[in-house]
Structures are given as C-alpha cells and as structure tokens.
Design a protein around this ligand. Sequence first.
Ligand code: TXA
Ligand code: MG
Length: 332
Amino acid sequence: MAMDPPPAPGARTSVPTERLVGHDGVERAATALLRGELVAVPTETVYGLAARAFDPEAVQAIFAAKGRPADNPLIVHVDGGVEGVVEAWSTTAQALAKAFWPGPLTLVCPRHPSVPDVVSAGRPTVAVRCPDHPIMRALIRRVGPLAAPSANRSGRPSPTTAEHVLHDLDGRIAGVLDGGPCAEGLESTVVDVTSTPPMVLRPGTITIAQLRDVIGSIDVHPSVLAPVDDVDARAPGMRYRHYSPDAEVVLLEGPESGELARRAAERAGTHAVVVGGGASVRTTVFPDGGALRRALYAELRRLDQLGIARIVFGGIPGEELALLNRIRKAAG
Ligand code: TXA
Ligand code: MG
C-alpha cells in the first residue's frame, strides 16, 4: 500500500476534524477561527479551507495542511466591502463586482498594506471575492475577511461536499462546516484587474462573454485556452499539477470523441465520462456540459473510490471553456 508523505511542519495529525452544522456550527467555527485554527467552509463553487486573513500564522498553516506550494497566493473572501483588503479599487473592479457579486468571480487588485505577505505569497496584489453562500457570509460577518483556497490536498480535485474535505484533510484541520453539496461545483473565474485591459487568469462559470458585456475588452491568459509549458508570473496557480484524481485522465476532443470514449471503456480498468447519448456499461453519461461541470470533481472522486485506473472524457462541447481547462489540467 502506498504511504502518505509525512505531514508538513505545523499540520495537525492526531485530532479528528469536527463536522459542524447549523447556527451552532457557525458559532463554533467562528470561535475556532478566532483562536487561529483552520475550518473548511462551503461556498457556491467548492469548499474553501479558511483562516482569518489578518492572522499570518493561521494563513501559514493553510499551506502546511494542504501541502500547497508557498508561492501560490490565496483568495481573500469578503462580505462585499473591500476596505482594508484592497489598496485601490478601480472603476473596472467596481463594475465587475456590481455585476457578479456575490458570486463566482475573483478580482486580482492592488494589495492593502494591512494584508499579511503570506496571503499573497509576497505579491503586491491580492485576490478578492464575495461568495454567494449564506454560511460563508455569516462567518465572514462574524470574524472578518477569510483567506481560503479550495479545501483539498494540493493537486487533488477540489471538494464539493464535506465528505470530500474529510477524505483529504481529516485530522489536519479543526473542523468542516457541512453545507451539503456545492451548487456550482467548479472554482471561480479569476480576473486580474490591475492591467488594461484586464486579463482572465482562470476560467470559471462566469464566462468571458459575460465579462465582456460589462467591461468591453478583456484579455485571456494563454494557459486558459490550452496547456502551456512556460507559465509566466501573472498566473502563479497554473504552474502546478491540479485537479488530479489517482486515476489516469484522458481527454478526447472533436465530433466523434463521445463515441470514441465509450469504445475506450471496453478496455479493462477504463471508465468513460461523456456528454450526450444513452446510458451504457462503464460509461457515465451527462445530459449537457453544465451537468458535467457541476458534477466533475465528485465524479473524479467517485471513480477513484471504485479503483478505476483510467478515465476517458469525450463529447464535451467546445464552449465549455472552464470544464475543458480543468480536465486538461487533470490529464497533465
Ligand atoms: O471558487 C473559488 O475560487 C474557490 C472558493 C473556495 O472560493 N477558491 C479557490 O482557491 O479555488 P484556490 O486557492 O484553489 O485558487 C485560487 C487561484 C489560484 O490559481 C491562485 O494562483 C490565484 O487564484 N490567485 C490568488 N491570488 C492571486 C494573485 N494575487 N495574483 C494572481 N493569481 C492569484
Ligand atoms: Mg485549488
């Protein structure tokens, strides 16, 4: 049996993680966060692993618990207001926030000096987002802005249920607030608004067309559209292995790819995940791209539990930019 790597310094190893629910759960989570502990919290996209943004030691512990590379910055979650987090709030940032907050849009802005270096991995910018989830927002109102990456072990698919969080982080964090499955299932769209025009660094459910409708012109980082070997410093998160289950992932593209994926699943140990067509053996069928997007991470984790060696994706509509981006990254 494969051994887990030894825990990073600072990570808790022995105390089981508490599952927290309801109003009492939010209170207990707030107490833990104020003590400098880590709590996983549901958002509308995926579960986040939260620490108080203004507590540098707690934020440092996020990196240890996840095994996250120290140079990959975190998103600060706010309840709408960005005072004391963002140094300069441009009219572009304001227009985007007005259109899409609360919601799955993260804005990279100039960092306020009171935000600890560790949050932004030493960068002069800070990523901010106002999530559309009552539990997360209640917690922010109670304890202030929360730094939170996705609550998975680094490199793994993001968690969309409390069970996924516990699978990856049980014993390493104080608690998980259980809010049931996340509605969106995929991480937020990340837009750098410090440049003119702004640049999409990570695609998400808010599409480039929706962003253009609000601010006119917008650039798209090359890593959004296709894998790039040499990722520049603007998109630090794109440098690393991401969203990967234990199984090998293969993405087939083009008009025949759904049928080819189904056929590939005739091989032992292989399972197909396709959009469109009827149910078949060793193939999971989703009615459309949106349904697969919402279920992607849960499906990757489910197939790992079944011990599937190889997952072949096919039939995904080309306009599903965010979904294709995540599967390409998972395929490595
Ligand atoms: O939906 C989401 O965004 C979820 C929920 C929990 O809010 N969070 C999430 O966080 O996906 P994480 O850490 O897994 O991804 C954050 C992405 C990474 O690609 C990171 O490199 C990028 O945002 N990022 C954060 N701060 C940045 C900055 N200052 N400049 C450029 N990219 C930044
Ligand atoms: Mg992540």
